[in-house]
Design a protein around this ligand. Structure first.
Ligand code: HMG
Length: 447
């Protein structure tokens, strides 16, 4: 095992090209107060794929931009892993389609790259990074880098409560030695259990127990933090400059962040300094039953989140990671990677030097598994982040009406036959063209 520094060298995203305004367009038709979305869930808009977009085009477009920007050729890539929970084939992996797309625009081919597809709900993107990390650390990469693509169309059945949290987009990441963006630590924590909070038993749209899924997210995350601390030591309140969480919607992260902060400050000077204002944290040994202890803990947490200390920490460490998510919705496997990107962008905009600082990355996938690890921000991070075109992509999206949303949902529903004209004109991107004679999907590059 080598001790080479391995991590994320570069990152790019591609958003679905349509935008649904949740407060203005969706809420009124659902009979909801817009504040349920903007304040409760913390979401303003969702991204959707146009008629010619899908997980392959979005993933290939993000990967294309990444490879072109870094001056890479196919021979520089030894591995392509795609993380998705929106796959349309039980055998042929999405990575083969993405490689096929990229071979249309680059010289050479990916015939010597190992390709695969990773599935574990939203945590699969992080697991693919892990696989790439292990492959490089084992010295099996022959000097080549790994391309990891997390791509999803996060659609729910119409009238499912999850409809409010939909989204579509892809994140491409280059995992390499001596990375420019973040180095990944080898300490990790897991919280994993057989759960039925959210699943897709051979069906396109998920079966979801929404309220329970929130509790399962928090429970598995807590286990992962404890497991992480068993190898890395107790996390200190100011250890992480940013804490990117899996973000199905920002309101979920608000809940997770409160529990994380409460955990981090326990038995520290911060807890002591807040004791006069809100008391000390309840300890289980002081209670006869679990219910009374949990109630007291809940009341303490309610007081804690009202303190200036908490507000200051949240504004610095968590809020910046939500900037993009608020306007695109859930991207499933890509979501935690959007959160990392978002936090780094905010730091760059505000002139905060993060070089050498730690990020605590908290991934989660239903079914269910949480994973926590640390990353160290590298000296090249500012240059990498400065080259992203996130605002440009978000602003270029076409705003759909509610009637158009209904059509778009049907277009991407495998059980519906809907013929709709595209809403945007493709340019310099991969597009879906239809099906071939064996049911395969066909793609081309539009100049
Ligand atoms: P819901 O029942 O429609 O919403 O479903 P609600 O009534 O619970 O309201 C949502 C929040 O808005 C609540 O905040 C309300 O109080 C608040 P909370 O009390 O929870 O803090 N609210 C308002 N605030 C201000 N003004 C108002 C107002 N009205 C309400 N007027 C639910 C919400 C999340 C259950 C639903 O959207 C859902 O089922 N989503 C899909 C599942 C999901 O995202 N779960 C998250 C955890 S699991 C996960 O992250 C994994 C996942 O990404 C999949 C994977 O791993 O593959 C989903």
């Amino acid at each position: 095992m080598s001790d080479t520094s391995v991590g994320i060298d570069a990152i790019e995203m591609h958003t679905g090209k349509l935008r649904l305004d949740l407060a203005e367009t969706f809420a009124p038709k659902m009979g909801d107060d817009p504040a349920k979305y903007t304040k409760g869930l913390g979401l303003y808009a969702s991204s959707f794929p146009d008629t010619y977009e899908d997980i392959v085009t979005m993933g290939a477009n993000a990967a294309h931009r990444l490879m072109a920007r870094k001056g890479l050729e196919p021979e520089d890539i030894g591995r392509i892993d795609v993380a998705t929970e929106s796959a349309f084939d039980q055998s042929k992996p999405v990575s083969t389609y993405i490689a096929g797309c990229l071979e249309q625009v680059f010289d050479g081919d990916f015939h010597h790259a190992n390709k695969g597809e990773r599935k574990f709900a939203c945590v699969a993107g992080t697991q693919s990074i892990d696989d790439a990390y292990n492959w490089i650390r084992a010295g099996r990469n022959r000097g080549r880098a790994a391309l990891v693509v997390a791509t999803d169309t996060a659609l729910y059945a119409r009238d499912d409560p999850g409809e409010a949290t939909q989204g579509a987009g892809a994140v491409a990441m280059l995992i390499d030695e001596d990375p420019d963006l973040v180095e990944i630590s080898n300490a990790q924590g897991y919280g994993s259990a057989d759960e039925t909070d959210f699943l897709k038993p051979n069906q396109q749209f998920p079966s979801v127990d929404g309220k329970r899924s929130v509790q399962v997210y928090l429970a598995r995350m807590r286990e992962a933090v404890i497991d992480y601390e068993s190898v890395a030591g107790k996390i200190q309140p100011d250890e992480f400059a940013l804490l990117p969480f899996h973000t199905p919607f920002p309101g979920m992260v608000r809940k997770a962040a409160a529990l994380a902060y409460r955990h981090m400050i326990r038995d520290t000077e911060v807890e002591e300094s807040l004791a006069d204002e809100i008391g000390r944290q309840p300890r289980p040994e002081a209670f006869d039953d679990d219910g009374a202890y949990l109630d007291a803990m809940g009341e303490y947490t309610d007081r804690l989140v009202e303190t200036d200390a908490y507000a200051d920490w949240y504004e610095r460490v968590v809020d910046p990671t939500l900037d993009i998510s608020r306007h695109v919705g859930n991207w499933y496997t890509g979501s935690v990677h959007v959160a990392r990107m978002s936090g780094l962008r905010r730091a760059l905009d505000e002139g905060i030097d993060l070089t050498g600082r730690q990020l605590g990355v908290a991934s989660y996938g239903s079914g269910a598994q949480a994973e926590v690890h640390a990353e160290t921000v590298q000296p090249g991070w500012e240059e990498e982040i400065a080259q992203l075109n996130v605002d440009e992509q978000l602003e270029a999206r076409y705003d759909i009406s509610f009637a158009e949303y209904e059509l778009v949902h049907d277009v991407h529903n495998y059980d519906e036959e809907t013929d709709v004209e595209e809403f945007t004109t493709p340019s310099e991107e991969f597009v879906f063209e239809g099906w071939g004679r064996m049911g395969e999907r066909k793609y081309s590059y539009v100049d």
